[in-house]
Write a protein that binds this ligand. Structure first.
Ligand code: ADP
Ligand code: ASP
Ligand code: MG
Length: 402
């Protein structure tokens, strides 16, 4: 059997945790299985590296940023190989270039295109545990790239798909996927199973327990995932195509604080303006989420939308530079906002779900700034200060607690 095991930053944060992971992987190896381990950088290393870079240059070149951030994962894989070695088990660490994991060229947001499996296979056949850096790849210029924050999950799923692994296990600091972030909603309930589609919504709407692209990839290649704790032996959550469980109306609540609202004020009320604005953003690779357009007064109207907070500065610069061509009288922004969403495949065709969510928010005195819906989610934009309270209230309203 070939098993891919991924451990996040908190699972390898210090010497004790590294040995804990090493021993768990060795257990698997001693069953006679082939073991591929994917690691994140230790603890909050990536945050620390970003802070260091910004101290030197507030607008660092993206290529150099990736050169810097990829060092974090390289440290943890080398230390892990040393730990396993000290426990008497042969192990080898490989970075993305050594594997090689080929990506698109976009630094900071690279996408995996192809993985060469030859080197890994060769090492596994020599009965070594193979430890691979998460979160990174190599592009056509032979430069190191990164897959976006939280990207190690995607590395693990991609490797599991490329190696036709029998299992892909994602170990983290919680023992599964819950109805809401258990660190914010203490009475959240663990889900034994969750479908790819629901997990994709969860991940895209802020539940960082899995990187959203890892779920997309798992669905595309039919990789069944298990999310579990690196510290306990509790049964985790299985992420797969269809779940046997009866469909809940709402399966969970997610929040995303990496959000900012932008309003383009007083644009001309004529065809083609929305196209101009969003085409401009698309060409600069800026993702837009909730969009609201006012009905318009006489010749003018306002268009508001949300972007990731990390894209706010670039978006504002771009819109202000192009203020005349998009016919805007003003462009404003608000940073301290967040999205709270409810997710559930059972929501389709069930009226009243939105009303129930809004009722809960109103009873907690939370003001709604924007609303967006799809077949299986409802999202509201609120003040960031209200997020935790909103999550708990909505979680209670749908009886999701343990
Ligand atoms: P890792 O470093 O292992 O990749 P992350 O910090 O990226 O771990 O993801 C795990 C965290 O995700 C948990 O500590 C938890 O706070 C958060 N989280 C958010 N939503 C959920 C959810 N619905 N279920 C479980 N964890 C969640
Ligand atoms: N170390 C990277 C990050 O902090 C990747 C990961 O943890 O998945 O975002
Ligand atoms: Mg993560």
């Amino acid at each position: 059997m070939l098993v891919v095991k991924k451990f996040g930053g908190s699972s390898v944060a210090d010497k004790e945790r590294i040995f804990n992971v090493a021993k768990r992987c060795i257990e698997e190896y001693e069953k006679g299985n082939q073991v591929v381990v994917v690691l994140s950088a230790m603890g909050k290393t990536t945050d620390g590296l970003i802070a260091k870079a910004l101290e030197i240059n507030p607008n660092p070149p993206k290529r150099e940023m990736d050169m810097l951030l990829t060092t974090g994962e390289q440290v943890s894989v080398a230390l892990m190989a040393m730990a396993m070695n000290s426990l008497g088990v042969p192990a080898v660490s490989l970075n993305a270039a050594q594997v090689a994991m080929h990506t698109t060229s976009a630094y900071g947001t690279a996408k995996l295109k192809r993985i060469d499996t030859e080197r890994i296979r060769h090492e596994l056949e020599a009965r070594k545990i193979v430890i691979v850096t998460g979160f990174q790849g190599v592009n056509k210029y032979e430069d190191l790239t990164t897959l976006g924050r939280g990207g190690s999950d995607t590395t693990a799923v991609a490797l599991a798909a490329a190696l036709h692994a029998d299992a892909c296990e994602i170990y983290t600091d919680v023992d599964g996927v819950y109805t809401a972030d258990p660190h914010i909603v203490p009475n959240a309930r663990k889900l034994p199973e969750v479908s790819y589609d629901e997990m994709l919504e969860f991940a895209s709407l802020g539940a960082k327990v899995l990187h959203n692209r890892s779920v997309e990839m798992a669905k595309r290649y039919g990789v069944q995932l298990v999310v579990l704790s690196s510290l306990t032996r509790a049964e985790g959550t299985v992420v797969k195509e269809e779940t046997k469980l009866e469909r809940m109306l709402v399966s969970g609540v997610a929040a995303d604080k990496n959000v900012a609202r932008i309003s383009v004020i007083g644009v001309k009320n004529t065809p083609g303006i929305a196209f101009k604005i969003f085409n401009l953003l698309a060409r600069h690779n800026i993702n837009v989420d909730i969009i609201i357009q006012s009905i318009g007064r006489e010749e003018r109207k306002d268009i508001s939308f949300t972007v990731a907070q990390t894209d706010l500065k670039d978006t504002m610069d771009l819109l202000l530079e192009n203020k005349d061509s998009i016919t805007a009288q003003d462009v404003t922004s608000e940073e301290c906002v967040a999205k709270v969403s409810i997710i559930g495949a059972g929501m389709t065709g069930n009226p009243g779900v939105a009303a129930k969510m809004f009722e809960a928010l109103s009873s907690a005195n939370v003001n709604i700034k924007m609303i967006a819906t799809s077949e299986i989610r409802i999202t509201v934009l609120i003040d960031e200060a209200d997020v935790n309270r909103a999550m708990r209230t909505v979680h209670d309203a749908f009886d999701l607690a343990d």
